[in-house]
Design a protein. Structure first.
Lengths: 547, 547
């Protein structure tokens, strides 16, 4: 932070790559296209980068999103116009705070002067017009003179807000020469110490009147790199920790202070009971979306809460402005206070599993999987019961990825690929429903290409299972693919279909141990089989949908 | 037109369906989702409609686009937020003038009043904000009182401009009761007869000074239903006809007046020579994009041209405002004038083909295919040599679909599905490269589901072939799938791989004759094998890309 770095750069494109590399980016996901070929070539020729070809733009976006959540910055590179196929992936990154740099080629400056009717262009609008709704900062690098400062500003916004940004490079500018000046890395935003002290005093008062405070922490704590600080604070004062769903695994779930994922009435009853019995709620880095609050059934008493996130700080109902989350948490962690009494933790669930010959259910699949999970495993869950069933897995820190708030189907397979590239030492397990798999499952082609070996657990319930109890119809059915044929189509990977507990138990251990190529385990489950969390979700959501 | 229709409707959703049905829509493509389930159910229960499930939103969009190009109106129905996966398909429909009604569910009115943090929502923006850039009219039907007039207005815009529109139905409004009043169908826009007469006089003068006029007609002529009128006019006055690439098959290509597809230096030399030797250019319903003008190499003399399309009318360099294309063409077709002299047409290409045992080339594949084509065949071409190779196929009227101007990869397979649903008596042949096929080829799942039987000719040149000569790199390579395994994955369809002329010739005839399920013919071609049209394209484009 604040360090002066010396850069040896010579072109706009190379300067951008240098800056990305400084922030830990070594892979750029994307697809080539005529407006961006020169940049693709530049990436290919840069020894410190690898260009990762996806089969299409939105899956490239999901990969970059997963990479960014793990590494703190990700990048995806598309061609102009048709690249807007990535809109949904970038929206998801925007909503869930994933710092993705979206780089697009574009027609040369002046190229559309004679005629605006160029292929991939939309008359009367621009890509920027669309992407500005789903990115926090944008620049069209049409002038090499200002390219450096534009790149610096936009990257700084990406890192400051942990949200996607958009950089557009006209194709004649990519290789334009520039002489960059030494450039400052991101500096922290400042905070008025008086305001901070006043806020802290209020928090201290709240806590002093509390006997059973609880920390309920959300995804922003992970995005802003504040987890260890917050966990230290919890340990010092013996404050129990729950996470939101989107914040799952910010803390090691075997940590003695960890209670569970709290989602109001959707949580396990012992978790919701524990949380709701608290008399002070430190809600940190959470957005309080419908998904994170159990469709707004979470019971957090405003007058006993600290709600701190990237956008705002509210203490006991009073808003404190201009206090960045980082400054607040730094100060909070230095609060010197009493240790709270040892809370009476809910009993941990048993982790033993004894397989029988019965057809496997979603709930039992997760129980069985749990017994084989190790700290190096990372679970990437798609939407539906892949997500709901995962909620109660006990995982180590930073071992879970899911787009559980924006909630588009199809993240898990490309997300698993992005995750393994970001974190090659982790063993990635993607859990995905059949509906989501039909959207993006062939992206396993990219696993074949780059010799990646995620384990894919495909929960086949023959349709959009989450929707059946909401309003059933043929539109919830899908074609029952022979999923285990996929490796033959792609020319790589393995597959197996299981339908009983014994079969799954027999297969999962060796699959997790064997490395080298992807394995797809198709788990046949009933159309009306739902995990316990899903059952609670259905109860809460059905009424809402039909209202 | 102008007819009063009586409607028996009772809810907002049903009124919308009734209006769509009046305009020939019988199928609605889409995916279900919690914000739109009620409408999905309504469609399912309406006997005159079929809901066609796609595997994901953008392919549903391509299907609706193909359907709209054939039937004059199409509709696609998505859920909120994650439905923006369809952005690219709608952009393509917008750019290429395809009248698609994009229907989206949405949170209930007031649902986000307490908290904007609902799943699938993007804070600080709306779907409307994104879709307004790529649709000509929009409405959020948040008030049942005004829903009828909003629906009427938006549908009228769709039909008037032949461009996509956006209708958003909050989930609590879908079944809201309304008492619709009898509603006027679309009325024509008016035109000042004096302005029109002045324009026509100018055209007459141009034609009177011409010996070799030519009609160069574009896609808008098809979209606005003006083809027969224009062809009659050509026949009356013996004016030869060329089309743009996007306008291909507006006229039966076996018509004695048809010259070919004209694209400047990219056309066959005899076509460009013929067109460029003309002394009067009637350019009707064309956009003159880079793709339609051979990267702006078309040589149309401004002072001898009539440029008439939906947006403007320019005669010999002078703009005539407020004259709708339809009014202009109606008046033009009534011009009484001399018949021009019989032009010396370029020699038609031979349609005979004798297969040998050599590896098949793209050019020879198209020559062979030509010999088996019948009037009921319709070709849907993807981007790349699937498109360029198709240019010189001689096809019957309205027998070709390709998104040759916006040019996103992956239209052909879902487009073929939409085309067969729109036009069940036609035999659909999709031609697609391997890069495009990896994007959307598994949408053949939908062909299996609805018992459709397109023939898919997959040109496998192991990568993004069009880009190799522009700037080669590993990013142009893709994984070489075992494409013929796809029917096993999907549980339907047939497949075969061919690599010689003889093999292709032996397979194509019985494949075109056999009905019942899709057939995928994988044609192995060389990485550096390009059709004659592609070779000319490369020559023109390479310089541009590297500039």
């Amino acid at each position: 932070m604040g360090k002066i770095s010396s850069l040896i750069s010579s072109t706009v494109g190379k300067y951008l790559l240098d800056r990305l590399q400084q922030h830990g980016v070594q892979h750029i996901f994307g697809l080539p296209g005529d407006y961006v070929l020169r940049l693709d070539k530049m990436i290919e020729e840069e020894p410190s980068f690898q260009f990762i070809n996806a089969t299409r733009e939105n899956t490239a976006g999901y990969m970059a999103d997963a990479y960014a959540r793990i590494r703190g910055l990700g990048a995806v590179c598309i061609t102009y116009g048709v690249g807007i196929n990535i809109t949904n992936a970038i929206s998801q990154a925007y909503v869930e705070s994933s710092p993705v740099v979206l780089i697009s080629g574009a027609p040369a400056t002046g190229e559309s002067r004679n005629s605006p009717y160029l292929h991939h262009l939309i008359p009367d609008t621009t890509q920027l017009e669309i992407f500005k709704h789903i990115t926090v900062d944008q620049a069209i690098l049409s002038d090499p003179e200002t390219a450096q400062q534009e790149i610096d500003r936009v990257l700084e916004s990406c890192l400051r807000y942990k949200k996607p940004v958009y950089l557009e490079l006209p194709r004649n500018i990519i290789a334009a020469e520039i002489s960059p000046t030494p450039s400052k890395l991101l500096t922290e935003s400042s905070c008025d110490p008086k305001k901070l002290a006043r806020a802290l005093q209020r928090v201290r008062t709240l806590l002093q009147h509390s006997k059973r405070p609880i920390l309920w922490i959300g995804h922003e704590v992970q995005r802003f790199g504040l987890a260890s600080r917050l966990i230290d604070f919890a340990e010092q004062h013996r404050i129990p920790i729950a996470t939101t769903l989107l914040g799952k695994t910010i803390v090691n779930e075997h940590h003695p202070l960890f209670i569970g994922v709290y989602q109001g009435k959707i949580s396990r009853p012992e978790v919701s009971q524990f949380v709701e019995n608290s008399d002070c709620f430190l809600v940190i880095g959470a957005i309080l979306s419908d998904m994170d609050t159990g469709m707004f059934t979470a019971q957090i008493k405003d007058d006993k809460s600290v709600l701190a996130n990237a956008d705002r700080l509210i203490i006991a109902g009073e808003e404190y402005s201009e206090i960045p989350l980082t400054s607040f948490l730094e100060a909070l962690s230095e609060l010197s206070m009493q240790k709270f009494e040892e809370p009476k933790f809910p009993k941990k669930r048993s982790e033993s599993f004894s397989a029988n010959r019965k057809p496997i259910t979603v709930g039992r699949m997760f129980e069985c999987l749990q017994t084989y999970l190790k700290p190096e495993h990372m679970v990437v869950a798609d939407i539906g019961d892949a997500l709901f069933g995962s909620v109660d897995l006990m995982l180590s820190q930073n071992s879970f990825l899911a787009c559980s708030y924006f909630g588009s189907l199809g993240f898990a397979v490309p997300g698993a690929i992005g995750a393994q590239i970001a974190s090659p030492k982790r063993r990635i397990i993607a859990i995905v429903g059949d509906g989501a798999f039909q959207m993006t499952g062939t992206e396993l082609s990219t696993a074949v290409r780059y010799h990646l070996d995620p384990v894919i657990i495909l929960l086949n319930n023959r349709g959009y299972g989450t929707e059946r109890p909401l309003l059933e119809g043929h539109y919830n059915d899908i074609v029952n693919w022979n999923y285990t044929e996929l490796p033959k189509l792609l020319g790589g990977g393995n597959s197996i279909r299981v339908s009983t507990e014994e079969e799954f138990a027999k297969v999962i251990k060796p699959t997790l141990e064997k490395r080298g190529s992807f394995t797809l385990i198709e788990v046949e489950i009933g159309k009306q089989d739902f995990s316990p969390t899903m059952q609670r979700f259905i109860k809460v959501a059905t009424k809402k949908i039909r209202d």
